[in-house]
Design a protein around this ligand. Structure first.
Ligand code: ADP
Ligand code: MG
Length: 619
């Protein structure tokens, strides 16, 4: 009789038990799906052998939905029903979009809770729904190519995606019926594709220039473990912006300065894009549009896009500084994204880092391949200790404290998943509730940071100010999603919230927030110092006021008068003084002047406590 075999823990199960997982690179411009097959990771293609699927959806007549190339073909004849660049709109609101300066021809409906909805012939469509159509098409392609149902997928997102954008991506996946094993940052996926974990150690820069986003990530590799030291970039800069510059150049040559209709505009952008791609290999191309024709040289095009290239290198410099590194400390530079095929990009990036940038793996495929490798591990086909991945938080997370200050709980660039706790206390006697206001950003004052969520911890037992101990815990999971809980350590009452930020948060551009915090850091320090003194002043006014109300009989009238006068002086100063040092001196003065009163109150309460005990003992 044959014995039934049981595989060793961590060893790959039999082929028929294999779970099928894929990696999906949901790009702004193009999407890809890849899987690990017996020969290794592979990008899956359609019947024609095409691997890139344009991230485009067309809502056609009779409810037919086209995706990919067939949608792209309709983009010129039916621009209003053909949705492109929807990834840029994921998790954003209308205000954000206006700020991004997108050239989108759609008819937006602006009335729904800030999330942009696009009017199409099938009705209003959200960017989440459009992304779901693309993800669905990728899953279908995979199931066809692999001949089996999918058990799950790893979906990549730009390192710059904030909570709302990550959540929107997950929502799109579930709308498409895909189980998300994990969201993975695109640059991290690229590093995995290159198998860089096999090296012993090193510093790796991943330069990812896509159609609509630019990401630079500095990874540190030690003993086979990646750690993302810092991320940076620009969530609104990519190869499509090159197209726009070339299109504007064509308009200039044509001497047209009127606005083109959406149809013409799309056609012009297509012409510009073709010229750009052709110039990757050629020194000069013929360009024709609307009856005009001319020539564009590679040199002239490089001049047009030079300012954008410089912008990416400035991001690289800033991010290196965040990581505490100099460019010559980077051992490897990895190129990702279609535009990194351009000679000028390869040249400028290599020059900046002082070494030849790696481009051996197809820069279009590299992210999907890495995602597939990760999916294979997460779905359970390989031992998990193969690869340990660490990502980082793009912005600090904190809580608002008295005086509108922000206390950072988890600092920016901390590796995730992470959990951090800090204890807080009540500000007033008898306070039984506490508002936990969750903030994101680098600035010192809550007004300058972004509000992520707010909830209330209720039923804290009534105690004197400062006696309660409330433990606030921030937890960020591997996908970068945050949950916050607050717990009173004495009564164990607890409240928590999962931060699923509303789609569309004002001012969501992380670059701007960081720039802002650098620009304002000195002013912020002074503002913080003042706020801290103001909070101290408030506490002293509150304490002294309460003491005078309850125990004035311990003092003679002149003493009461003197303390009252001091209290009012402090109140005045709290309201008008902007110099934290002066305010601090006043607080000290009032504190010293009221010390004897505090001592008297202490003695009185000890006496009454003793009296109480005597009575108890007598009973
Ligand atoms: P995303 O990650 O945003 O989907 P991709 O990495 O697929 O973007 O890059 C898309 C961009 O790459 C587009 O702007 C496209 O025009 C550009 N691109 C693709 N191939 C080339 C090429 N050979 N030369 C220049 N640009 C290219
Ligand atoms: Mg990409």
């Amino acid at each position: 009789m044959a014995l039934i075999q049981i595989s060793e823990p961590g060893q790959a199960p039999e082929p028929h038990e294999r779970r099928q997982a894929v990696g999906i690179d949901l790009g702004t411009t193009n999407s890809l799906v890849a899987a690990v097959r017996s020969s290794g990771p592979e990008v899956l293609s359609d019947e024609q052998g095409k691997t890139l699927v344009p991230s485009i959806v067309n809502y056609g007549e009779n409810g037919i939905v086209f995706t990919g190339d067939s949608a792209r073909q309709r983009s010129v004849s039916d621009p209003l029903n053909t949705l492109i660049s929807t990834k840029r709109m994921l998790g954003r609101d209308m205000n954000d979009l206006d700020g991004l300066g997108l050239h989108l021809p759609y008819d937006f409906d602006k009335h729904d809770g800030g999330m942009p909805l696009i009017k199409t012939r099938i009705g209003l469509v959200s960017p989440i729904q459009a992304s779901a159509e693309i993800l669905g098409a990728m899953a279908m392609r995979a199931e066809k190519a692999l001949g089996s149902q999918l058990d799950g997928a790893v979906i990549t997102v730009p390192a710059y995606f904030d909570d709302a954008q990550r959540q929107a991506t997950k929502d799109a996946a579930s709308l498409a019926g895909i189980r998300v094993l994990r969201l993975l940052n695109e640059p991290t996926a690229a590093a995995i594709a290159y198998g860089l974990e096999k090296a012993d150690e090193g510093i790796i820069a991943v330069y990812d220039l896509g159609g609509g986003t630019f990401d630079i990530s500095i990874l540190k590799l030690s003993r086979g473990v990646f750690q993302v030291l810092a991320t940076g970039g620009d969530s609104a800069l990519g190869g499509d912006d090159f197209d726009i510059l070339i299109a504007d150049w064509i308009l200039g040559e044509l001497q047209i300065d009127s606005v083109l209709d959406p149809h013409k505009r799309r056609e012009l952008i297509e012409v510009a894009c073709e010229a750009k791609v052709a110039l990757t290999k050629l020194d000069m191309v013929d360009v024709s549009f609307s009856g005009w024709s001319g020539k564009l040289t590679r040199e002239a095009m490089e001049k047009l896009i030079k300012p954008l290239m410089e912008k990416t290198l400035r991001s690289c410099r800033r991010t290196l500084r965040d990581a505490g590194l100099k460019s010559d400390e980077v051992n490897d530079v990895v190129l990702v994204g279609g535009p990194t095929r351009m000679p000028i990009v390869q040249h400028d990036v290599s020059e900046f880092f002082g070494r030849q940038a790696l481009s051996a793996i197809n820069p279009d495929h590299v992210v999907a391949l890495g995602a597939a490798l990760q999916a294979e591990i997460l779905v359970g086909n390989q031992s998990t200790d193969n690869l340990l991945l660490l990502d980082v938080l793009p912005l600090s997370l904190g809580v608002e404290t008295m005086g509108g200050l922000v206390e950072k709980i988890i600092h920016r660039n901390t590796t995730i998943p992470v959990s951090r706790a800090q204890d807080f206390t009540t500000f007033k006697d008898g306070q039984t509730a506490m508002v936990i206001h969750v903030m994101q950003g680098e600035r010192e004052l809550s007004n300058d940071c972004r509000s992520l969520a707010r909830f209330t911890l209720k039923d804290i037992p009534s105690m004197t100010a400062g006696a309660a101990k409330i433990r606030v815990t921030y937890q960020v999971d591997a996908d970068g999603l945050l949950s916050v809980s607050a717990r009173d350590m004495v009564s164990a009452v607890e409240a928590s919230i999962e931060v699923k930020p509303s789609y569309g948060l004002a001012e969501s551009d992380i670059t701007e927030m960081l720039k802002d915090s650098q620009k304002n850091s000195r002013a912020d320090v002074a503002a913080r110092a003042l706020r801290e003194q103001q909070v101290d002043a408030d506490r002293m006014i509150e304490d002294l006021g309460s003491a005078l109300r309850h125990d004035a009989d311990l003092l003679d009238t002149s003493e009461v008068e003197k303390l009252r006068a001091l209290m009012f002086e402090l109140k005045d100063m709290r309201a008008s003084c902007t110099d934290h040092r002066l305010l601090s001196e006043k607080i000290k003065e009032v504190g010293e002047a009221s010390e004897f009163f505090a001592a008297k109150r202490m003695n009185a309460s000890i006496k009454s406590a003793l009296v109480g005990r005597d009575l108890d003992e007598m009973e």
